[in-house]
Design a protein around this ligand. Sequence first.
Ligand code: BG6
Length: 491
Amino acid sequence: MSFDLVFFGGTGDLTWRKLMPALFQAFRHGKLPAGGRILAVAREERSDDNYRDFIRQRFDEVEPAKRPSDEEFARFAQLLHYRQMDLSKPDHYARLKRWLDEPKAEEGRATPADTAVLYLATSPHLFPVICEQLGAVGLNHDRVRVVLEKPLGHDLQSAREINAVVRSVFKEAQAFRIDHYLGKPAVQNLAALRFGNALFEPLWRRESIANIQITIAESLGVGTRGDFYDRTGALRDMVQNHALQLLTMIAMEPPPTADAYAIRDEKLKVLKSLKPFTPESVQRDVVRGQYRAGSVGGQSVPGYLDEAKVPAGSRCETFVALRTEVQNWRWAGVPFYLRTGKRLASREAHIVVNFRPVPHPIFAGMSNANKLVIKLQPEDGLELHLMAAKGSVGSGSEALSPVSLDLDFDKAFPSERVGAYERLLLDAIAGRLNLFVRSDEQEQAWAWVEPILQAWKQDTQGPRPYVAGSWGPPAASALVARDGFMWDEEQ
Ligand code: BG6
């Protein structure tokens, strides 16, 4: 199956930092279908060779194991092309259409591709104009797919406006709204664990589960993205999309089939079941924080307000912790805690399913209950924590201690591991929608976070400070402690 892949925003951060390295991995693994061309478009003038050099240099910033050798890059570079494009000019879209419709034999293929994947790696405010112009030149026919990067809008209203334009030009089946967390291997494992095994399903409910914790912690600060980040904040950047998508995967009912529409119907139901926030519950159940100077991994780091391009006195949140519930029969009353932040103690993302304790403990000193930890990063795996007898002489049955069954998927399937963007790009080329977000899911997620945004606008207190390198403001611990629980690392 031949393909053309076009990156709008072809010289931007996302393209060189994530997309090109991911494509290169797909190429290296022999997964990229033959007969492909990759076109980057952006405002500045460059030749193909100049663009290839630009990408080649950027690979120096990619982790060493993922950098190409000279010989590998030379082969990969043959797929890469560059065209200058002003996104406001209709004739530039006509030129793009000609490039797609009339390939040159020297570019590796002389007939139009089976699929054209148009990846909008630009700021979302450009999505409507790009989609309209693509529609105007007829680049919305059935062989075209459009990939939309997050964040799609900055609130419900703007997300609706963008989606309305996307829907007026493309069919829903052509729209691939990306949330790269859905491409992480751990998310496939979660689906496999729940729907490929009968073991956990009877336990996957309020009767057996005490609480669920979703943590996406980053040790990095906002780096050079201060201006973007300050307009966005952790709620829009991480909670509305990544954290909520993980929550839907945990809480959804088993779909009738593995079809993209069936899966997304179930995820949408979860989003619709989330307990709506009120001004009072935002006050009680949502903690926002902002990092101050501190130290991460032994290095002193500045506070958020001293980062480049962050406006003085900014009240932007770099941390959010919240408590919610999924209001349906399966989950009624079970707290779901979500937490994400920059400059936290370590880079790790995991979901912890805490089971209820035994109903009648007969062993003395038994405080730990079972838990299942789904690890997304840094490594990807599953840990099941059980209680076992240590069996040391003379200790009797009191010496129970926690042990864990630890499945390391990187070790179990070493040659099969595929990074999130690599997987999602290959899925978009192949037309597999399962791991992409439907517009109604996305809008429902915005509708749910909207009262938090509103309440914060009225709130005079602003984010709570936390020291860089900690686990966020103490209020985040208090949020969980109020229900009699602790965050995983405090246990
Ligand atoms: C992006 C956010 O969507 O996800 C970034 O915009 C964040 O702020 C990144 O750093 C985290 O992704 P990952 O895969 O490194 O956890």
